[in-house]
Design a protein around this ligand. Structure first.
Ligand code: DX5
Ligand code: ZN
Length: 222
């Protein structure tokens, strides 16, 4: 699939999301951070926003659920139009059942790990997943500093995917910028979420191109 850049609208203008989407025409996905003020100390969007966004753009919606009780709520985001649904393994009671439910509802199933959650215990789940998201900040807010301590886990996740011969994508989210994206790509990530780096840029679409170029260069060198 190659390198994909997935801007997070968390740092965009919430009063004019339609116009914000028009500023990033070359994004591969639109990353939507769903927060319930319980799993994380912040509150954002629900299924109705996902539905409105998916009607407003032809680009696929990547829903990142930072909510407790993911098992009960994830299906609503597929119904709302998300093409990929990411649940946090720390918030899922039955991740295998949940991943299967998301897939059978017609979306890509993805599992996220907070910075302190190791990937090794979930090795056997990889064939059930279309993507693994390694958080490179503590989830909850945009604009935080990238945590280098997560790099070995990105590398390890890539090793496990290679070992199992799966086509699972490896996404990173948090503090991804021109300064940090090469480290992530060298470690094996191929899907890059960037919030503040894109939406705080004067030209967000030019920033997507610049991030893509850096990630592609680093992946080719690795
Ligand atoms: C954080 C969210 C991220 C956030 C990234 O909990 O999951 O998607 O928007 O923002 P930046 O790129 O500014 O760290
Ligand atoms: Zn996110």
């Amino acid at each position: 699939m190659g390198i994909q850049i997935t801007p997070s609208i968390l740092t965009a203008d919430f009063a004019d999301l339609g116009a914000e989407l028009a500023r990033i025409p070359s994004s591969d996905w639109i990353h939507v951070d769903v927060m319930d003020n319980h799993f994380v100390p912040n509150l954002t969007f629900g299924p109705r926003t996902i539905e409105a966004l998916s009607n407003a753009t032809s680009r696929p919606i990547d829903a990142h659920l930072m909510i407790t009780d993911a098992d009960r709520n994830a299906a609503a985001y597929v119904e709302a139009g998300a093409a990929s649904v990411t649940f946090h393994v720390e918030a899922a009671t039955a991740p295998v059942r949940l991943a299967r439910e998301i897939r059978s509802a017609g979306a890509r199933a993805s599992m996220a790990l907070r910075p302190a959650t190791p990937v090794d215990p979930y090795e056997d789940l990889l064939p059930e997943l279309d993507m693994v998201l390694i958080m490179t900040v503590e989830p909850g807010f945009g604009g935080q500093k990238f945590l280098d301590l997560c790099l070995p886990k990105i590398r390890r996740a890539r090793e496990l995917m290679d070992k199992h011969g799966v086509e699972t994508w490896l996404q990173v989210d948090g503090g991804v910028s021109l300064e940090t994206i090469e480290r992530c790509a060298e470690a094996g990530a191929d899907v890059f979420v960037a919030g503040s780096a894109v939406f705080d840029a004067e030209d967000p679409d030019a920033m997507i191109a610049a991030l893509r170029e850096k990630a592609t260069g680093a992946a080719d060198r690795a």
